[in-house]
Design a protein around this ligand. Structure first.
Ligand SMILES: [Zn+2]
Length: 258
């Protein structure tokens, strides 16, 4: 069995200097590839450095809505260079976060749109973060013709109706540890309904630790428990969830296996 963690932050502080350990532990749990996601110039740089150091890691770079206030001509030029690195596979994480409002909402929307334009120009898929902002996120993605270059809605935590709207835009749906939480009934329904050729799995580590480790620090290897939670909900072998999500992740990120 092979599992791909489609969105994780091994470039973040809790993992610093211990990356090899976490990669080895992930491998023991059958998690053999990871996409390392940045959110600003510094974390994007660290993501790329890790992807250059480890064969099983890929890089996703962009400006998170919280950090969109730092997006300007200089940082945009740096991002364009980072997007052209050989192991950079997507633009992300980008989107809207109206929960924390760490950047003004009009700035978030503008920076989201500019990065969607970049993705379109460079023919790269996007990895999208949305929190308390489903309506605006949907409207902007719809306008930007995301189906032309591909998109992943990361750590999906909406209901089945919302999922269908994003599926209809041609996007992939990525589930995190939230799907393993007992009370996340809406997310369970979505995970049961999602077509097997449109679903990915991720940890978003160090955040959102899945059951049975909820409350402890998350790590990429725990993608295994996300896949298991989906398999249990759908009453199918975890191997099938692993195989489908692995294949989908390679396809959306344009990764060729030797
Ligand atoms: Zn994330």
């Amino acid at each position: 069995m092979k599992i791909f963690d489609a969105h994780t932050h091994l470039n973040d502080t809790p993992f610093l200097g211990k990356e090899q350990e976490f990669i080895d532990h992930a491998r023991e749990l059958a998690v053999v590839k990871m996409a390392i996601v940045g959110s600003n110039t510094d974390l994007n740089e660290k993501s790329i450095a890790l992807s250059q150091r480890f064969a099983e890691l890929y890089s996703i770079v962009g400006f998170h809505p919280d950090d969109s206030k730092y997006f300007n001509d200089t940082t945009k030029a740096e991002l364009i260079t980072q997007l052209q690195q050989p192991k950079t596979v997507a633009v992300g994480e980008i989107g809207l976060d109206y929960h924390w409002d760490a950047s003004p909402r009009d700035v978030q929307r503008q920076v989201f749109k500019e990065q969607l334009d970049l993705a379109h120009e460079l023919h790269m898929p996007v990895n999208v973060h949305t929190r308390d902002a489903l309506e605006d996120t949907y409207a902007i993605l719809k306008d930007s013709k995301v189906a032309d270059y591909g998109g992943v809605l990361h750590s999906f935590s909406g209901d089945r109706e919302w999922m269908q709207k994003f599926l209809d835009l041609g996007m992939m749906i990525s589930f995190s540890g939230v799907v393993s939480f007992k009370n996340a009934k809406d997310v369970h329904e979505a995970a049961i309904a999602v077509p097997l050729d449109r679903v990915l799995v991720e940890t978003d580590a160090p955040y959102l630790t899945p059951t049975p480790y909820r409350g402890k620090q998350n790590e990429p290897g725990y993608t295994r428990y996300v896949a298991e939670a989906i398999a249990k909900l759908r009453d199918m072998p975890v191997e099938e969830v692993a195989a489908a999500t692995y294949k989908n992740t390679l396809e959306i990120y344009g990764i060729k296996e030797d």
